[in-house]
Design a protein around this ligand. Structure first.
Ligand SMILES: *[C@@H]1O[C@H](CO)[C@@H](O)[C@H](O)[C@H]1NC(C)=O
Length: 401
């Protein structure tokens, strides 16, 4: 009986012991679970915070990006504004350049206007002619110098990049010399006829008895004066009667055959200009001679009356013209930029250097192949890359008269 009791008691004890053990285990597990729960709660909170922070960060980034975008567009606008301003400054510089010729005429009409071919109607042009006459009464004793370029008119484009065109001041007929040599010239009855006809149709074709060399001819009072130079011979000046169609006179010119007068237009052997005062010839004696020479000839007989060294260099010279006994030499660069009158020579020594204008021509396409002055209209007939251009000039009286 006793061992059974002992067994029972011992079993009960053991049971009680196991109970305690399990209870303890349960407590421990519960605590651990609570701890894990706490930890989970903590992590949850942490991740929530991170999430919120991430959202905030995203928002901030978006705002910053927006701001950057706005700044960028503002910068862009500023830049555009700056470009416009630079353009304006450049245009003003152009204007100032044409205005700052020493003691330039402060006449109202004295400004450069760049106009297209089609922008100017004939009727308006006539009106302007009247204005022009009123503003600048004709000075008969010819004591004028150029004070500025008043306007530009691009008439048309005909022929090759190089050439020459001019208008007889006495008959208002227009003559076109296409290219750099040939024995044909085209005659139109007026500038209007020329600009109105396609190409050279509508012109009278004149075939000369010999070739003209270089676009350096001149037409005055029904006579054409041109340079003739046959292979390795002396340069000749030919006077040709356009009405009768015959040569009336020729004169030799003792210059080196390969010396050309303008460094940038080597096709021009010598350049002629005719006006009321006579016939002028611009030439170079030889290649070693750096300056442009001027000769005054009798237009009737082709006698040389006087010779001058203009002291204007041939280097970088593009063209030249004579106005009232004053030579204006136009210079440019080999890569054509803006043509400008940079050297002036007066045969009467009346133009003092301080009043000689530094004249800038408006921006164009290429470079002048020729510039011919018309004393009646005070206009320059220019040939620029095949375009025929008219520059109107403003004048002032020479200071010492
Ligand atoms: C002008 O001359 C060029 C060659 O120098 C020629 O191709 C062209 O047909 C000429 N134009 C006229 C109108 O004579």
């Amino acid at each position: 009986m006793k061992p059974v009791l002992v067994l029972l008691v011992s079993t009960a004890w053991t049971l009680t012991g196991a109970q305690y053990y399990y209870q303890g285990l349960m407590d421990y597990l519960e605590n651990r679970l609570l701890a894990i729960e706490d930890r989970m709660q903590f992590w949850h909170e942490q991740s929530h915070r991170y999430h919120t922070e991430l959202l905030d960060f995203k928002k901030l980034t978006a705002e910053t990006m927006d701001g950057l975008r706005k700044e960028h567009s503002m910068l862009f606008k500023d830049l555009e504004g700056a470009t416009v301003r630079v353009d304006r400054v450049e245009r003003e510089m152009d204007y100032v350049e044409t205005q700052t010729s020493p003691r330039a005429c402060t006449n109202k009409a004295d400004k450069v206007v760049e106009r297209g071919v089609w922008g100017l109607e004939e009727s308006r042009e006539e009106e302007e002619d009247e204005d022009w006459e009123e503003l600048q009464p004709r000075v008969s004793d010819c004591v004028e110098i150029i004070s500025g370029i008043r306007s530009v008119k691009i008439l048309k484009r005909v022929g090759s990049p190089k050439g020459m065109w001019t208008r007889d001041p006495k008959s208002s007929r227009v003559y076109v010399f296409n290219g750099t040599s040939g024995d044909v010239i085209y005659q139109f009855n007026s500038v209007r006829d020329f600009s109105g006809s396609p190409g050279v149709t509508g012109s009278r074709q004149i075939r000369l008895p010999s070739e003209w060399n270089g676009p350096g001819g001149a037409v005055y009072n029904g006579y054409l004066y041109y340079i003739k130079q046959e292979a390795d011979t002396d340069v000749q000046v030919v006077k040709y009667d356009l009405l009768r169609g015959s040569v009336t006179d020729t004169a030799m010119f003792p210059v080196e055959s390969h010396a050309t007068v303008y460094n940038l237009n080597p096709e021009i052997v010598a350049d002629l200009a005719a006006d009321d005062e006579g016939l002028w010839l611009l030439y170079a004696i030889s290649d070693s001679e750096p300056n442009i020479n001027l000769a005054k000839m009798d237009p009737a007989t082709l006698d040389i009356e006087q010779i001058w060294d203009t002291r204007c260099p041939r280097e970088n010279a593009e063209a030249a013209f004579v106005v009232c006994g004053t030579v204006y030499v136009v210079y440019n660069t080999r890569l054509a930029s803006r043509s400008r009158v940079q050297c002036v020579f007066d045969v009467n020594d009346m133009v003092i250097s301080e009043e000689a204008p530094l004249l800038y021509f408006p921006r164009r396409y290429g470079a002048h192949a020729s510039l011919k002055y018309n004393p009646e209209e005070r206009q320059l007939y220019g040939w620029d890359d095949g375009y025929q251009i008219i520059y109107r000039l403003t004048m002032k009286r020479k200071l010492l008269v």
